[in-house]
Ligand binder design. Sequence first.
Ligand SMILES: [Zn+2]
Length: 569
Amino acid sequence: MSRFDIAIRNGIIVDGQRNPRYRGDVGVKEGVITHMGRIAPGEADREIDATGLVVAPGFIDLHTHYDAQVFWDPYLTTSGWNGVTSVVVGNCGFGFAPCKPELRDRAMESMTKVEAIPLATLEATLPWDWETYPEMLDSIDRQPKAVNLLPYIGVNPLLIWVMGLEDAKAGRKPSDEEHAEMARLLGEAMDAGACGWSAQTLGTAGDPSQPTLGGAAQSDFDGTPMPSDVMWPETHEVLAKVLGERGDGFIELSAAGLPREHWEKIAELSGAPVIYQAMPASGVMLEMHADMMQWFDACREKGLRIYGQGITQNPPLVFTFDYWDLWGAVWDEFTGPNLDKATRLANMQDPAIREKLRAEPLKVMFIAGINEVKIVETFSPEYEKFVGQSIQEIADALGRDPVDTVLDIVVADDQRTIFSASQFDINMEGLKQLIDYPYVIPGLSDGGAHLKYLAAGSYATEYISQYVRDHPLTNLEEAHWRLSALPAFCAGFQNRGVLREGAAADIIVYDYEKLDYEFPTFRHDLPGDEYRIASAGTGYRYVLVNGQITIEDDKQTETYSGKLLRHGA
Ligand SMILES: [Zn+2]
């Protein structure tokens, strides 16, 4: 019997612990790194020549929504194609358990807008062989996986299970008995292996009639707030206490409207890391973020662990008018995905409706204007020469209003035009601010969600290739610590996120000069005859998950060595 199953020889080792890089070998036996240093030839069943390649810990993505995708895509792509070896699912308070059988359809419908996952795909793939949270974990455990998975329990299914859908949606305050039952269910989920709880609380407690901070993009399928948006801060406290009493788990919270005292109370009661959502690396948010960082520092001095979840990537949003819901209310009403194609087409040609659309402030994701949107592909000869140009440039060339310009092109293309827009207005100054600050976790991919316009699972590939190599804002040692060890620590991963003897063998071996990611492209590969965009990484010579090679030369090996990491282990 060989001393090692695999020996990765002669690579540049960046161990994720911020130690300076060195040239050496890594030996793997039965899923674990058993030796680092020098390994003589002939000691391993398989030898990988890593000469000239970087050997580093696999990336850990704390913010994903692969709760449904795990049932049809073992690689959890886009993430699995980009060096990610572990993800956390069940973010933002959303998930599919616990769920009573009569509410399954409603649970799937709820995910069609707030996370923009097509209903047909959910219907075609979710096995629904569970009612309780522990039963769902068993079902995920049975699925073949090429990526490790750590699960939160979302607050929405908890609220709905305990209070009923109507009362949860209405924002009724839970009784003491109901709070006790939620605490009991959270404890049961943690016993089964959940890593903590998550919530999106973007509205006013108890009042679903008030608009939420998330707006239309973060709403239930019918535009109303999600139950967690209108939940009571007291419920956060009850759930935080459960973690505090157990002494484990962590919390993901999206609740920018709640006062900082509330966040600190949650951190104090739970004793756990609290991940604040979200901080885009945006030029217009520099001051706001500087202020937040002062607050994080103050929390740290009190011993409270509140971390920012950064949005440190800038892949374009790529979309067509077949599915686009991020313009704002008026555009959504006349051109949104809830309308059938013929109605949208008629609306876009109606002069009265065009007038309304011209009057609406045209923003993509709150910041980029429609004039900045670019054409990626058009299908009509008259507009072909404008590919790569912005709507403003085209409008100027044609002497038309930008809104008329975009609508004319979409109508001429029968709604197939492919556009791209930048997310927020992420720029180098904003990136530098987040990358320099150690209490911000890089991300956020939202992998598995917003499938028809977002493919940000490439964020770690982008971080290394763009912000270490091409526009150096940081170095490799720091980058690998931030992309693996820091999130592993926050999420309670046991023995992952670093390369050291005794750690799980989640390892990436990549060509630093060739590391890159694809411009997001449409793929018609979703079950239920649906489509999405995705972005493959390049330069990944090997990805190992639990000591087995899952990716070789950027290709899936169809080796499903990923695990459901109950209790982080
Ligand atoms: Zn999310």
